[in-house]
Each structure stands twice: as C-alpha cells, then as structure tokens.
Design a binder for this molecule. Structure first.
Ligand code: TYM
Length: 345
C-alpha cells in the first residue's frame, strides 16, 4: 500500500477508488502476436492496479460474414485463450459481449448522436470496405459506435488499445463529450492507454503494415497458438533489409519490427539487443527472436489446452462475469435513457 493511501486511511478518509479499465478483442480465430503484445499482455498486467472489465467482442465480429460453427468455436477459444494468458475472473470481469444486452441497446442510442461524416472518416472502415467490397454492410460502418457503447457503458477511465484503434477511441470521446454537452454529465470521457513497446507490431512479410490476422499470407503473422516449428519458420522467412546490421534505423522496417518484438517479449531495451547482436547476422537474430517468442507462448499454450477441454468451467466464468457486467452497464443505460426523455421501465 502506498504511503499516501495509508496516511489518508489513518485520517479516516476513504482509499481512492481504483480507475476503471475497459477493453475488448474480436474473436477472429487467430489471436496474433500483435494482439498479445499490443493488448492482451497489458490487460493481464493492469489487473492488479485497476478495476478491469474485458470482453470478447463477438458482436463486432459479424461485420464480416462468419460460418456459424467456426464462429462459435472461435468465441470459446478466444475466451479460453485469454484466460490462459492470465485474465483472472477473480480480479476482473471478463464476458462475452453478446451476453450483455446493454451493448447493442446503447449502440443504437449513440448512433443517433454520431454523424455520417465522422464515421466516413474512419480509416478502418475505408480499408475494410475495400477489402470486403461485396459486403459493405451498415454494421461495418457503424461499428465504432458499438465500440463507443462498450466503453461508455462502464464509465471507463482508461482503454488499453494498440495504435490502430486510436481513431475509434477518439470518436468514442467525441460522442461522450457531445452527449454530455447536450444532457449534462452522463458518460466518463475515456483516455487511451497505448503501450510504449509493441503498440504496432508489424507484418513479417510487409513491415510497413500492421500484423493482422486478416492478412492472406499466413507468413505475415504469428498466432499465439502456432506450433513452435511454425513460429520458427515464420520468423526465418521474415522480410529484412540488405544491410545485415542488427540495429534500429530508417528504412529498416523489418529489423525495427523484429527488435520491437524482441524488446516486448524479453523486456530488453533496443540498445541492449543491439549490443548483444553486434557482429552477428540477421539469420542468428531471427532465430533468437523466434526462440524468445516460443518461450513466451509455451506456458500459455499448455494452459489453453487444459481450459478448452473444460467447457463447464468456461461457462461458469463467462456467465458470472456477464451478470456483473449487466448490472453495471444497466445503470449507465438507464441514466442515458432517462436523460434523453424515455419513460422509466
Ligand atoms: P482487434 O480485435 O482488431 O484487436 C484487439 C486489440 O489488439 C490490438 N492490436 C495490435 N496491437 C499492436 N500491434 C498489432 N499489430 C495489433 N493488432 C491488433 C488492437 O489495437 C486492439 O487493442 N474494435 C476492436 C475491439 C473492441 C474494443 C472495444 C477495443 C471492441 N470494443 C472497446 C477497446 C474498447 C478491435 O477490432 O480490436
């Protein structure tokens, strides 16, 4: 306990309320090293110091067409994998978004406080509507309002995300500000919480792009559940430059990315890594990065295998968390509806 809190308790004051965190990840089948380093791993660390609420964003996932059987499996696997990574339901609330009805309801309300022009500017919408040109559905367009609802329902102070979600968070802040401006303080305006290391893990095949599970080239990403030999193969094939010097530099996107991954996984600084590999070639370095990643994911994979075999345990966890999440979020939804002018239930 910090000195400050001890002193205030001795004087009869309440200890300060922990800040609230909300974040979510889509269950897209492949949880990548980018998701892990950019998001999940930070969630695990934050659990002791913050009041944390996390979700598997399964409502978001149907903006692209899903095969029902594979979708159900992916949702459960994502849930089990996050527990395996260290999300602890004794410390945090961790639920499936589709189990908590308030998300879809607040999203509708917020749609009416979000401008067409704002949503049109979202770069992820532009990217995805080009990629899935045959299915540019309204959900893909209004997806950021659902994300805003996720966050605002819990009055979150902080939202841990990778750099790619910054624009969506900014929109959530604008919506909260707008609503508060019209009706008086209803929602906490959240801040982003973007990690210094690993905020933007890049593709192993085109290191100018983020590592993304939707990349068609499977060598571009590493999945947390990839087998050790697959991880090794993918790192060995990683695109680099012709300088053959392990150091951070301009025009060295591939090596910069590998150093970033090494740093995120081992906790070593760029300088320590550069010193360690002085005089060594890229081949040695790629193998070392792969080995470090394999060591990081090995215990997670072992825990995952046990958890995914225990469906009753998983059910108990997501049910209990959904009940708690419903209770908290219902309060915010009721408050927002009352301010808009709806008749109380
Ligand atoms: P999603 O599922 O695409 O990604 C989940 C989290 O992983 C981060 N991330 C990365 N970080 C570093 N490098 C990468 N290459 C990389 N790829 C992904 C993302 O920034 C994100 O933090 N809309 C969100 C999910 C969501 C959400 C929310 C997040 C729904 N509701 C409310 C925060 C708060 C999404 O599609 O993330």
């Amino acid at each position: 306990m910090s000195e400050e809190i001890k002193n205030s308790e001795a004087q009869g004051a309440q200890p300060e309320r922990k800040k609230r965190i909300f974040s979510a990840i889509q269950p897209s089948g492949t949880i990548t090293l980018g998701n892990y380093v950019g998001a999940l791993r930070n969630w695990v660390k934050l659990q002791d110091d913050y009041d944390c609420i996390f979700a598997v964003a399964d409502l978001h996932a149907i903006t692209v067409r899903q095969d029902p059987k594979a979708f159900r499996r992916n949702i459960l696997e994502a849930y089990a994998l996050f527990l395996a990574c260290g999300i602890d339901t004794e410390k945090s609330i961790f639920f499936l978004q589709s189990h908590v009805h308030t998300h879809a309801e607040l999203a509708w309300l917020l749609n009416c406080y979000t401008q067409f022009g704002e949503l049109s500017r979202m770069t992820q919408f532009k990217d995805k509507s080009t990629k899935h040109a045959d299915n540019v559905n309204a959900g893909l367009f209004t997806y950021p309002t659902l994300m805003a609802a996720d966050i605002l329902l819990y009055q979150a102070d902080l939202v841990p995300i990778g750099a790619d979600q910054k624009q969506h968070l900014e929109l959530a802040r604008n919506i909260a500000d707008r609503f508060n401006g019209i009706y008086g303080r209803t929602f906490t305006v959240p801040d982003g919480y973007i990690p210094k290391v690993g905020a933007r893990i890049k593709s192993l095949q085109d290191p100018t792009k983020k590592m993304s599970k939707s990349d068609e080239n499977a060598n571009a990403w590493v999945a947390i559940l990839d087998k050790p030999e697959t991880i090794m193969k993918k790192f060995k094939r990683a695109v680099t430059d012709s300088e053959a010097k392990v150091c951070v530099g301009e025009g060295k996107d591939g090596i910069n990315n590998l150093i970033g991954i090494m740093s995120a996984v081992t906790g070593k600084t760029d300088e320590q890594i550069t010193a360690e590999f002085e005089g060594k070639g890229y081949g040695d370095f790629k193998v070392a990065v792969a080995e470090a990643v394999i060591e990081e994911v090995r215990p997670i994979q072992e825990r995952f295998d046990k958890l995914i075999a225990d469906k009753a345990y998983l059910e108990e966890q997501y049910r209990r968390s959904a009940e708690l999440a419903t209770k908290i979020s219902q309060r915010t939804l009721d408050k927002a509806m009352k301010k808009i002018g709806y008749v109380a239930r």
